[in-house]
Design a binder for this molecule. Structure first.
Ligand code: RIB
Ligand code: CA
Length: 313
């Protein structure tokens, strides 16, 4: 089986945690390393949470790096109201014992890409794009090594979740998002338009809980906690499991449908800051720069999740 080399850039976050579990459980993917960024909670917690998840998955040898602790030019906005104070609220978790790598995440991304063959690394940002944009700015030459960027972020038909206009990952660091969307690298986005169709319904959460494994129990406890906010806000039958859609796309792209369109990032207007202005209907002559996903086979997505997570202890 041809494996795909990936770097997961993440701000765990319960949904990030499930995405990391899915990646580590999938033989199609070779996780070169995990880079933590400030987002859902501060960097001191996202780097710790990433290590907790790797140990839970049974992969304590995974290299985890701490990256940027604040957006490129703005004050950090966090989301404890969604994810809890720790970022992984829900179950009781032990502190990690595996080490955090000494090297800064951005330096490691640059070094790893510079040492890699052309188009051999897929970047999987699951949080604000600060680490990725900083690496691209400091070392534009790393674009040669990037096969594609597949990220969770943005919204068009679903509009915003942190403001009426913007999705959280883009909103936290819109300047970083603009750099990534204008980098000219092959780009696929999983916006709220698709993640809001990936709802943690009771039967889907029961599938995790019925695994009878610690991974299944933790995943069920995380989704139970994480979904309370969105179910109340949207009155939906579950919460959107955002970040695992990125990993599922790498494994089974046919689960998803979208359009290759132009997407621009609003960085000037305070009212619509962080909006992904997606030309879904092709009403401009702007150059398409992003495969912007719009729909998924939700049952197929959760079946893949349950199948792969069940292989972990
Ligand atoms: O808007 C949802 C995104 O913001 C997800 O990646 C979630 O983990 C938070 O980072
Ligand atoms: Ca995230």
């Amino acid at each position: 089986m041809a494996t795909r080399n990936i770097i997961i850039d993440t701000d765990p976050g319960q949904d990030d945690a499930v995405a990391i579990l899915l990646a580590l459980a999938s033989p199609e993917l070779n996780v070169l390393g995990i880079t933590a960024v400030a987002g859902n909670v501060p960097l001191s917690l996202t780097q710790k949470n990433a290590r907790i998840v790797c140990e839970l998955a049974g992969f304590p040898e995974t290299k985890v790096f701490a990256g940027c602790e604040a957006p490129m030019s703005r004050t950090l906005v966090t989301a404890e109201h969604v994810h809890g104070k720790t970022g992984l609220d829900g179950p009781q978790l032990d502190a990690p014992t595996m080490p955090l790598q000494d090297q800064h995440a951005v330096d490691w991304i640059i070094e790893t890409c510079r040492a890699a063959p052309a188009q051999s690394i897929t970047l999987c940002p699951l949080g604000p794009l600060t680490n990725i944009a900083t690496a691209l700015t400091r070392a534009p030459d790393i674009k040669d090594a990037i096969q594609e960027i597949v990220l969770m972020g943005g919204a068009y038909f679903e509009v915003g979740n942190i403001t009426p206009a913007a999705e959280f990952n883009i909103y936290v660091d819109p300047e970083a998002a603009k750099i990534v969307f204008e980098a000219g690298v092959s780009l696929t986005a999983m916006p709220l338009d698709v993640t809001h169709k990936a709802l943690t319904t009771q039967s889907r959460v029961d599938a995790f809980r019925n695994m009878g494994t610690k991974v299944g129990d933790m995943t069920a406890a995380w989704t139970d906690f994480f979904e309370r906010f969105d179910k109340e806000k949207y009155g939906s039958a579950g919460a959107p499991l955002h970040d695992p859609t990125v990993i599922a796309y790498l494994i089974k792209p046919d689960l998803f449908t979208g359009r290759h369109i132009n997407v621009e990032i609003e960085t000037q207007s305070e009212l619509t800051l962080g909006m992904t202005v997606a030309d879904w209907w092709g009403v401009t002559d702007r150059t398409p720069n992003c495969m912007f996903m719009g729909d998924l086979d939700a049952d197929g997505f959760f079946a893949l999740l349950a199948e792969r997570l069940a292989t972990l202890g």
